[in-house]
Design a protein around this ligand. Structure first.
Ligand SMILES: NC(=O)c1ccc[n+]([C@@H]2O[C@H](COP(=O)([O-])OP(=O)(O)OC[C@H]3O[C@@H](n4cnc5c(N)ncnc54)[C@H](O)[C@@H]3O)[C@@H](O)[C@H]2O)c1
Length: 452
């Protein structure tokens, strides 16, 4: 499947990459101590169809920002056969700084593991196509949420394994597309891992396993929080078009990010869903607005939301999120069952259950030395090597839609059912984009804005 290319790592160089070297580099990479090792596949190891016969796994990075750069380093550390082969980003300088950062982090191994000559560096809105078509096996899709469904579809159509960041989309049309693509990926035995990284955190996994096995009884109510300060703003430069201005301030524009309940707080909404065994809510009522955001850079996003999901049988699940400076931060899941409660916080590690008298009944005491981002990539690449690629994209789409339906409810001031959200005609992302004028809707007004 690979292009014949003189830059392919020679077997000798590959062999020279010893386990010791690999561990050294892994540990040298900030926060990556304790990385699990997936050995190079031997002859007896089953291989995913499109990497059969090669110890190399070539990857493309599409979206070379903060998360993409991190994900790429984690992919390189997950398996000694991984080679960064191509890169695509809308902006040339983002690609350049990402490539520099990855090469510096890989240190001595950069020559062998980072093989991205100028001919495999692509920029612009369509850069994902040549980057994916460059003869790679796996694509890391880490651009803005608006573009995720398109990038994911293209990669799976081209028979690539995928790691894609959360959220999977910003609107219903995107979610439906991702669900369809996830089915296609399954039929082709291709990986589709969504970056809900807390699902790969040791303490979280142990705690949610306990909750799902009935340790606190039947879940009666839960409240997840994602309260932080605001995200940065980039003042407009005279040379920027409307579209470039929005792309540079992407968190604040609903059509690009989905708003912060979708872009950021979706992690907490995902964990709330995890606590219910990933049940589908019947509907959501969500309050929200903008109290402290000002200026054109703040686009049309809200700065606070409070969502109440209702489930069959009466369960109510609450989620609140806020991005306002000067207010206390919190990112906790408070889960209440018929036999007790659980408190889960990954920021200030808290993984515990209590009985109905509020006495602690269990506290996580397992390993806490693994970086969840590294673990998710270790698991992904191992699954590809093993020929049983992880595909959790449908679940990722489910959590993303839960966040999207809450935004729809907050913007309109109406209850939104799961079916309404799943079937909504709302489609926020233009089919084609060119730098130039780019109108966008005004701030939503609950009670006045209408659902598509
Ligand atoms: N799982 C996590 O904990 C976590 C953490 C941070 C970010 N994220 C997610 O990762 C994604 C990226 O976030 P980030 O913080 O890296 O943002 P960023 O702005 O640092 O980087 C995104 C990069 O993608 C590029 N890009 C955007 N659209 C593109 C397109 N159509 N084609 C090619 N390149 C494109 C941008 O130019 C930019 O360089 C977001 O969805 C975000 O929610 C997840």
């Amino acid at each position: 499947m690979h292009d014949a290319n003189p830059q392919t790592i020679a077997p000798a160089a590959r062999d020279a990459l010893t386990r010791r070297d690999f561990v050294k580099t892994s540990v040298a990479t900030a926060g990556l101590a304790g990385v699990g090792l997936s050995g190079l596949a031997g002859p007896s190891v089953a291989r995913a169809a499109n990497i059969r016969g090669s110890d190399q796994i070539k990857i493309a990075l599409v979206g070379c920002g903060g998360r993409g750069t991190g994900a790429c380093i984690q992919a390189l550390n997950a398996d000694p056969g991984v080679v960064l082969w191509s890169m695509g980003d809308v902006f040339a300088e983002r690609l350049e700084s990402s490539l520099k950062g990855i090469s510096e982090t890989m240190g001595d191994q950069a020559t062998a593991r980072v093989q991205v000559p100028a001919s495999r560096q692509f920029t612009g809105f369509d850069s994902y196509k040549p980057a994916i078509d460059a003869g790679v096996d796996v694509v890391l899709i880490t651009g803005y949420p608006a573009f995720r469904p398109t990038h994911y579809r293209y990669a799976i159509e081209k028979n690539k394994h995928v790691f894609a960041e959360k959220p999977v989309a910003v609107d219903s049309a995107g979610v439906r597309s991702v669900i369809e693509t996830a089915k296609l990926a399954k039929s082709k035995n291709l990986a589709s891992m969504i970056g809900y990284c807390w699902r790969h955190h040791d303490g979280m996994v142990a705690t949610f396993d306990k909750i799902n096995s009935g340790a606190i009884g039947q879940i009666m109510s839960l409240h997840t929080t994602y309260h932080t300060g605001t995200l940065s703003k980039r003042p407009r430069k005279p040379e920027w078009s409307d579209l470039e201005f929005q792309m540079r301030n992407w968190w604040h524009f609903t059509w690009i990010s989905g708003d912060h309940i979708v872009e950021q707080a979706c992690h907490s909404i995902d964990r709330g869903s995890w606590a219910t065994g990933d049940r589908t809510p019947l509907l959501v009522n969500c309050l929200g607005g903008r109290a402290a955001r000002t200026g054109a850079e703040s686009g049309n996003s809200f700065d606070h939301f409070a969502a109440i999901y209702e489930y069959e049988g009466g369960l109510r699940s609450h989620h609140t999120c806020r991005q306002i400076d000067g207010c206390p931060a919190d990112n906790t899941d408070y889960i209440y069952g018929t036999k007790g409660s659980a408190t889960v916080n990954g920021w200030i590690p808290t993984f515990e259950t209590r009985d109905l008298d509020n006495k602690r009944t269990w506290q996580y005491s397992g390993r806490d030395d693994r970086d969840m981002y590294q673990t998710e990539h270790d698991e992904l690449f191992k699954s590809i090597r093993d020929g049983a690629p992880i595909n959790d994209a449908a679940r990722g789409a489910h959590s993303s839609l839960m966040a999207i339906m809450a935004r729809m409810s907050a913007y309109t001031g109406q209850a939104v059912s799961w079916d309404q959200a799943m079937n909504s005609k709302e489609s926020l992302v233009p089919e084609t984009l060119e730098f130039g004028p780019m109108p966008y809707p005004p701030l939503a007004v609950p009670g006045q804005s209408r659902l598509a």
